[in-house]
Every structure is written in structure tokens, then in C-alpha cells.
Design a protein around this ligand. Structure first.
Ligand code: ZN
Length: 154
């Protein structure tokens, strides 16, 4: 059992070596020194370093783990739904020869993120209406019917 670590199979690197698996390894012949970002102001008193830490090690309070995981899951699902709603919305506009708005965040992209939320946590399954009636229409009549039935409670 103690030998498990030694026997671990290393995924071969792009360079062909099986001694390491990433070109970020110093021994790799494809290893390049990290590029310093051009825009970064070099300040000799400041040094940035990155340390990889597992999520559970990183948490000062283990009880926060499930709360953070839940929040991440919700954010991921909001992003997933919102971006697909935008796809369908743009297709709808194109099919109907309607002008496509500028899709920047302040003028438009915040709306689909609102549109996939509930209007109130107290009344489930009632989506939040946005100021864009076409977007609300696409969500209610084209997007929602295509969504799979809910399997998990939420
Ligand atoms: Zn390599």
C-alpha cells in the first residue's frame, strides 16, 4: 500500500517524456519561462506567487464548504441557462429580421441573467420579467418549453 505513490502512472507530456506530464515542469524541454504580463507594472517590492491548495484545506471553517459549493452550483446553472437563452433570443431576432442589440453587459447581457431567476423565492417557478419584452417572450414561449423537467428539488 505504501508503494502506491511510486506506481502512480504519469500522463505523458506533450514533449513525449513520461517523467513528467506538463510542459510547466522545469525538466521539460518545452518548458518556457513564464511570460511577464506586458501591462503589469513591475514593482520590486511586490511579488506575486501562486500556491495550489485543495478546497478543503483552504477553508478556515469546514462548514462553509457546502454553502460555497451550493453557491458555485447556482452560479454555474444561472450562467448555463442565461447563455442558452441569449442564443435562442438572437436566433429569434435573426429569424424575424429584428435588430440585434449591442450585447454588452450594461445595455443587455445583465437581462438574460435576470430572466432565468425566479421573481421571488417565495413563489417558485415564476420567472423574473425583464425590461426587454421580447426576451421575456422568448423565454416563456420558446426557451422554457425546451427545458428538461426538473429532477432535483430547488
Ligand atoms: Zn515535457
Amino acid at each position: 500500500m505504501k508503494d502506491n505513490k511510486k506506481q502512480k502512472i504519469i500522463k505523458p507530456c506533450k514533449c513525449g517524456s513520461t517523467e513528467h506530464s506538463r510542459t510547466s515542469n522545469k525538466k521539460c524541454k518545452l518548458n518556457k519561462p513564464r511570460k511577464v504580463l506586458k501591462d503589469k507594472i513591475i514593482d520590486s517590492t511586490e511579488k506575486t506567487s501562486v500556491t495550489k491548495v485543495g478546497f478543503n484545506t483552504f477553508l478556515a471553517e469546514p462548514a462553509l464548504g457546502s454553502i460555497i459549493e451550493d453557491a458555485v452550483k447556482r452560479m454555474t446553472s444561472i450562467t448555463f441557462e442565461a447563455t442558452r437563452l441569449v442564443n435562442l433570443y438572437v436566433i429569434y431576432l435573426l429569424n424575424n429580421n429584428l435588430p440585434i442589440p449591442s450585447l454588452n453587459y450594461n445595455s443587455f447581457m445583465r437581462l438574460p441573467f435576470q430572466a432565468v431567476l425566479q421573481s421571488s423565492i417565495h413563489i417558485p417557478n415564476i420567472p423574473k420579467n425583464t425590461t426587454n419584452n421580447t426576451l421575456n417572450f422568448v423565454r416563456d414561449n420558446l426557451y422554457s418549453p425546451l427545458r428538461p423537467a426538473k429532477t432535483e428539488g430547488n
